[in-house]
Design a protein around this ligand. Sequence first.
Ligand SMILES: [Ca+2]
Ligand SMILES: [Ca+2]
Length: 306
Amino acid sequence: MAARGDREGNPNRSNVSGAGVRALLRGRTIVYPDDMGWMLLSLMLSVPGRPTSEEAQPPTPVPPSTAPAPDPLPKSPVAFPHPLLTEILFSVPTKNGDANLDGERQTAGDEFVELINPHDKPIKIGGYTLHDAAKPGKSQFRFTFPALTLEPGQVVVVFNGHESKIKGEQEGTIGDAATPPRRQHPEFGNAWTFTARAPSTRAGLANGGDYVMLLDPRDVPVQCVIWGEAEDPKLPVGHRCLLERGPDAEGVSIQRRSVEGQFAEHPPFRAEGLGTDSPLMPYSPGVFVVPGLTRLEDLPPYRGAR
Ligand SMILES: [Ca+2]
Ligand SMILES: [Ca+2]
């Protein structure tokens, strides 16, 4: 089966084909069993027992593994242990705008921010904060994560959530600032999914110009994605923070082309198997593939609004 979404040119898959990613994944899973086999073989050879004439012979040297070494992970633009911003929907499309799949389009409530763990070790995102360019108060979009560990390659989505009743809130598959989700959400690419429960439509991302800032648990700026007329954030002198400009986008999200790539407009995306009469989606909350980290077999498609 081809990777879902490949046909529509999802940027997640554009640099590495589904087969290529699987080959990479297979490359990794081949290497580890070989190492394990080598460890087991070493153990077996060291187990004492009554030697037979054959066993008394010195063991034949085992040639080194011929399995290809896994490709190095793409280099994250943010250092360990920080998560990486990967997709932002600030301009909810008029048509097919129900990104959070609660059955209705909300101008602010369907906005979302997506992050991943781009590192090869787990990270903790509790205490990290997302906020926009508005002054602190009722007009600011602001969300602080509760305690949650993100395994390598895992994805997090935070919906604005204003006036939304997102599927899974009752069952605990949607978390909020107080409580992490009980499990990953199958309808959002198996991402850990949150609602910020924004208190008003004003507490949304401005289409004409705004930014999403990521602060670490000590409120130190880590990464900021800016678009439109918004000015760069004011940072402490000499402070290093990843500042990126995203394109102006209308009715479409902006998403990284890859871990190392820049933000670009999200190309039309359709999960495989939905049929050509299904709408092409201009966003993909919870879906972001990192070659070498993402387990494609665990990744359900994002089916989009219907
Ligand atoms: Ca909605
Ligand atoms: Ca995505």
